[in-house]
Structures are given as structure tokens and as C-alpha cells.
Design a binder for this molecule. Sequence first.
Ligand SMILES: Cc1cc2nc3c(=O)[nH]c(=O)nc-3n(C[C@H](O)[C@H](O)[C@H](O)COP(=O)(O)OP(=O)(O)OC[C@H]3O[C@@H](n4cnc5c(N)ncnc54)[C@H](O)[C@@H]3O)c2cc1C
Length: 574
Amino acid sequence: MTPAAQYETHERDVLIIGAGGAGLRAAIEALAQGARVAVICKSLLGKAHTVMAEGGLAAAMGNVDHSVDWRAHFRDTYNGGKRLNNWRMAQLQAQEAPDRVRELEQWGALFDRTPDCQILQRAFGGHTYKRLCHVGDRTGLEMIRTLQDRGVEMGFDVYMECTVTRLLKDGNRVAGAFAYWRDSGKFAVFKAKAVVIATGGIGKSWKITSNSWECTGDGMALAYDAGAELLDMEFVQFHPTGMVWPPGVQGLLVTEAVRGEGGILRNKNGERFMEKYDPKRLELSTRDVVARSIYTEVKEGRGSPHGGAFLDISHKPVEYVKRKLPSMYHQFKELADVDITKGPMEVGPTCHYVMGGIRVEADTGQSTLPGLFAAGEAAGGMHGANRLGGNSLSDLLVFGRRAGLAAGEYAKKGAMPSLDAAQIEDAAREALAPFERSGGENPYKIHHDLQDVMQNLVGIFRTDADLRRALVELDKLKSRAKNIRVEGSRAFNPGWHLNFDLKSMLTVSEACAHAALARTESRGAHSRLDFPKTEDEWGKKNLVIAKKGDAMNLFEVPRPALPAELEQILAEGK
Ligand SMILES: Cc1cc2nc3c(=O)[nH]c(=O)nc-3n(C[C@H](O)[C@H](O)[C@H](O)COP(=O)(O)OP(=O)(O)OC[C@H]3O[C@@H](n4cnc5c(N)ncnc54)[C@H](O)[C@@H]3O)c2cc1C
């Protein structure tokens, strides 16, 4: 029997995996190319992690600080990324973000306004000017709503609550994906000329994280397994302000907009400690610096009662706080019984964002594997060693659009690939194996242990000994994961879902630990206690990981020189 006859099969020109900001923007652009487009997402449409984005999206609109143009945005992004960014991506993002915002507005997004009715922009860490276009502290919701409406109106097909477990190939080229429906557990096969990965981040490998359940690094692991390369995987951002109390909500994000709107950080002695770590930018320093500062205050005994710092916005008028930070007001009131208009919040670092990801070409989002594109948090390069707040949402729009455009054009040129029955059967066999084992491990226990390893050994501060230990522990976890046993049926089975997620989490965690061990310097979000300095030599190369047999092959790639025009922009900022 052919695979098409055995499993439900869908054929499209462009298949987009992920319905966050990047996936939806890619879908809209591929549709505009005349492509037949399918979007697959493992959660519901409208519920992708992007919906949680709060503070805003960075674009050099110049609506509030009138002197700004893309050059200053490029400079801030490149300096914030400790000059390890793909410079072309940083340039494109700075140049194109304003158009992407205006376009979003034309499609119906209702941003907060200035008195003269322009899109209002707020301050954020590492941005020299007020750049963040926002909708209170619910910007991601408005963005997803707008993109979703636009995509539905243009006519994409959405397959939701459907998880991709493997990319299918025709020779060296990507040919589609193997997936299962989360409700019924039945399999589905997608055949496509081009595939765009927009599956978001990897934060669920850490114990304390702001990330949603979807962020298990699936797209990076799928791409890696299919032969694509991963870039800069050592750079994982710990956001300085997550909730630290009560335990059930530990890690939940406290948006940087609190600091953007004037929030002040203090230790238990009432000292405004950022005066010591970054006297110029204070609370609006970059995330890596603020996270390490809070961590250090706690470690040296000056932390808040639950092991964090105090963040206070209560000096602002009550109505202002409620209007500008409505989600934060409710979050603390309902979850911690704290009224942030009257007193401080307790906050501490939380795993938030991965700067690394699938290695892509800047202009097109094309990976190193023919037919495979990537955009958004799943793609690497744009943010270098550290991302500035607000730069992810604009990244999703700029590079989502570019990847959708390139995938649409690629699909126009190419013939429909063939599916290989053996690959499909192998994917099905692998998926069913956990039900067929007589003994074996519970995936929840393995996930718990993985989070311990990543939190304790591959966290904010890293050492050679810890990272080596992490790799040994990850090897053990990989062996245990091969022996997972899942009880029950395929319908609505969360243990089975976790079994797939774990495979991805173990791949991206290993990639992160490998690259972190190799990078013997400190830069941006990667802090080595045993190599505390930033080294010029390391600024000349990126680390890439590719699959070789069953092993991870890590190698250095030299960074292309910056064009004179961009060098000039950096020099102007000195
Ligand atoms: C609380 C919070 C607040 C934030 N606030 C901001 C902000 O104000 N500004 C900013 O710039 N950034 C912010 N960020 C970061 C930003 O939200 C994310 O980086 C961004 O939303 C990622 O978007 P994405 O499109 O790449 O992926 P996501 O939005 O994560 O979407 C991933 C999609 O892929 C799907 N998927 C994943 N795996 C599979 C699979 N195997 N099969 C099928 N589908 C799959 C998911 O279901 C989902 O639809 C914030 C992050 C958090 C956690």
C-alpha cells in the first residue's frame, strides 16, 4: 500500500510548521506569491507562544524620539548582540521593521497612540531611543490576532493540534513532514515543495522558564535530524525579571515594559544596585547584564525573601500603571496577592529566549538543506550573543515575510518531490514504540531530570566542569529516553506528546551544552566563570553544529567582514 493510501496525506506548495508570528507572516507572504499554503501547529491557532509577548515590537519609526533612523537601531542591536549577530540580518531588520509595523496597522492592529495619533513607542533595555510599538502589555495578542485574520482572509489552511515529528526527504531535498493529530493520535503526511520551520524556542528544557509548553525546540531538532545546521546554540537568554513567588508560577515573565515605564530595582537593603553594575543605563541596561546583576545580589546575600530582587513601579500614578501594565497588574494581584500600584514585585532571572537556531541565509531564510527555510526564534543569527527586548517581534515580521517569499518562489521553480514509503513507515514505527515496550521509563521523570541538568549545569553562569558533567548527564538521559514507556491509548495522551517533545529537548540541550563548552570566553548571554573575559578572537567566528552519523559535529565558521557602511554606523556611536 502506498503511504498516501495508508495515512491521510495533504499536498501543498509551501508547508509552514508553526503558527506564531513568524509562521503566520511567512504564510501570508507565500500566499501572496500564489502558493498553496498549509500551516501546521501543535497548539490551537491563536494560542502560539507569540500571543504571550508583552512589551512591544522594536522599529525605528521615530514617532516619539524624532531623531531616530534605522542606523541607530542597527547599532543598538549589533552592540547588544556583542557584535556576533549576522550583520546582514541586523541591517535588514532595522531597515524593514517600520514597514512591517505600518503594514500590520493597515491590516487592523490597534497600537497605543501618541497625542498626535501616531503609533506610541516606549523605552526598552539596550535601545538608545524609544522604539517599542505596543498595545499596553499585550502586544503579542494584537499581533497574532491581526496576522491570523489576514491569513484566514487570504485563504491558508490550518492544521491545528497536529505535531510534526519528522521531516521527510526526497534525496537531499526536503519533501514534507510526518505528523500526528494530538486528539486522535492518528498519523498524517504532508507533502510540499518547500517547508518553513517557525516552531519558536527551547525554554522548556530549563526548570525556571517564561516559555510556554510549546517551546521544546522541535523545529531545530527536526532540521538537525534532516541534515540542516544549527548556529550559536550556546546563547540562551535569561530574562532578568520572572516571578519568583509563589512556587507554582516561578519563572512567569514580568515584562521589561515595567522597567521601560520607569520601574526601579532594589535589593533587600533598599539599594538601587544597578547603579553599581551599569551606572549609565541602570534598569535599562541589556538583559544579560541585569540578569547577572540580580543573580549576583542574591548570591551575595542581598536578595529578596524568595531569592530575587524588588522591582518597584508604585511611584507612578495608579491609573498610569493599570493602563500601561494591565497584565502585570492582574498577574501579581491574582497569582501573588501583590498590588503593584502600592508596593514592589519580587523578581528573578528566568530562561526566556534562544539566540541560536537553524543556520539560515539572511535574505531568504533558506537553511543549508534544499527546500527548508526557517524564521523567528527557530532561526539563528539575528540576535548574536544577546537579544534586545522587542527585537523578536520585529524579527518575526521581517524574516517571516522573507522566508515566506523565498519559499513561495522556490516552490514556483521546483517540481513536487516524491515521498519515500520507508521513511514514513520508520517515522510511524518510532512514534508507536513507546506503547510497545513492556517495561520502561515515565517521560515526566526524564523531563524533570533534564530540567535539573540544564538549570544547574547550563544556566546563567557556566564552567568547564559543569558543562562536561551536563554532557555526561545528557547522554544518560538520551539512553533513558530510548526506553520510554507510555500507558494508555493514542487519543489525548499527554505522556505520548511529551515523549516526542523530549526527543527535541534532548537534541537542543546537547547542542547548547556542546557549544557552551567550546566557547571559552564570556560574551552576551554566555557567561563562563572560568573564562570571564570577552576575547577578540572569539568575535571572529560563530559555532555551528551538524549531525555526523549519530554524533554532533561542532565546528567554527569565520564571520564575514562588515561592509564599510555598517562599520561607519558603529563608529558614529562611539
Ligand atoms: C512571556 C513572554 C513575553 C515576551 N514578550 C516579548 C516582547 O514584548 N517583544 C518581543 O520582541 N519578544 C517578546 N518575547 C519573545 C517572543 O514572544 C518570541 O520570541 C516569539 O513570539 C517567538 O515567535 P515564533 O513565531 O518564532 O514562535 P512561537 O510563537 O513560539 O510559535 C511556534 C509555533 O510552532 C508550533 N510548533 C512547535 N513545535 C511544533 C511541532 N513539532 N509541530 C507542529 N507545530 C509546532 C507551535 O504550536 C506554535 O504555533 C516574549 C516571550 C515571552 C515568553
